[in-house]
Design a protein around this ligand. Sequence first.
Ligand code: SF4
Length: 286
Amino acid sequence: MFAPLYLSNTCKTTCTYCGFAYKNDIKRKTLTLDEAVAEGRILHQRGFRRLLLLTGEDYVATPIAYLADACRALAGMFPSLKLEVYPLGESDYEGLRDAGATGIVCYQETYDRRRYREVHLRGMKRKYDYRLDSLDRAARAGILELSTGALLGLSNPRTDTFFAGMHAHSLPQTHPRARLSISLPRLRPAAGFEDVPLLPDPVYVQMFLATRLFLPRAGLILSTREPHAMRMHLASLCITTMSAGVSVAPGGYSGADTTEQFSLGDHSTTAEVAESLSAHGLHASF
Ligand code: SF4
C-alpha cells in the first residue's frame, strides 16, 4: 500500500485529459515544505511508509531544488519515496537520489505518437522521446525502482498495453538491477474533461492479466481511479501495489480546498481497503 502526496497542482502543460491542465481555471496551490511535511506526518500516522510525491509540469513553481528539499524533508519518514514529476536529466535524477528518492514514476500515457501529439497540446510533455527515455536516465543515475504505464482510453488499449509491457521488459536488459512496475489507469472524468469513453471492464481486466502473464515478476499498480469492487477483483488476480484513502489534490490530507487531478472511483478509507483485502485472503503491507 502506498499513498500519493500532491506537492502542487500548478502546471504549464496542457494534457486534454487532466484537471491540472494549464488551460483550466482551477484553484492552484504549491505546498510549502512545512505543509508538505505536515501532509507526510498525517500519512505516516496512518501507517504508510511508501510515499509517492507528485507535481504538475512547472519548472518555476516546483523547481528541481524544491523537489530535492521535499525529498530530504520526507525521506526519514518514508523509506520508499518515489516521485511522479516532470522528466529530468540524468544529473538531476542523481541529485534526487542523493536527497532520498528511491523511485521514479513516468507514464508514457500513450505509445501512439500521433495520438500523443493530439492530447498533449503544449509544454515539455509534447517531447515524446524525452519522456520515453526518462526511466533510462533515472536508472543510469542509480534510481532503480521504475514505473511506467499507459492511460488506457487515449488510444488503442491493446496496443498501449503491449508497448507499456515492452517498455518495462526492455529496461532490465540495460539495467539488470532495475525493479519495474506497470500501471494501467483508465481515463476518468476531470475538470474540463467530462465525457470519458470508458474502457469496458472485461477488456480492462484482460489488459492486466496479459501484462501479468508477460511479466510475471513486475509490480502491477492500481490507483483509486477504479471503483472498490474492481480494485478488489484485480487485487485477487494480479495487483501487487495499490493506494488507499487518498487525496489527489495538494494539501488534501490537511483539508485544503484545492482542485483534484481526477475524480476518485474508490472513496474507501485505508482501513476499509485493508479489511476488504483481508476478506480476499490478502495481507495489506504498508
Ligand atoms: S498530466 Fe501532468 S503534465 Fe499533463 S496537465 Fe496534468 S499535471 Fe500537467
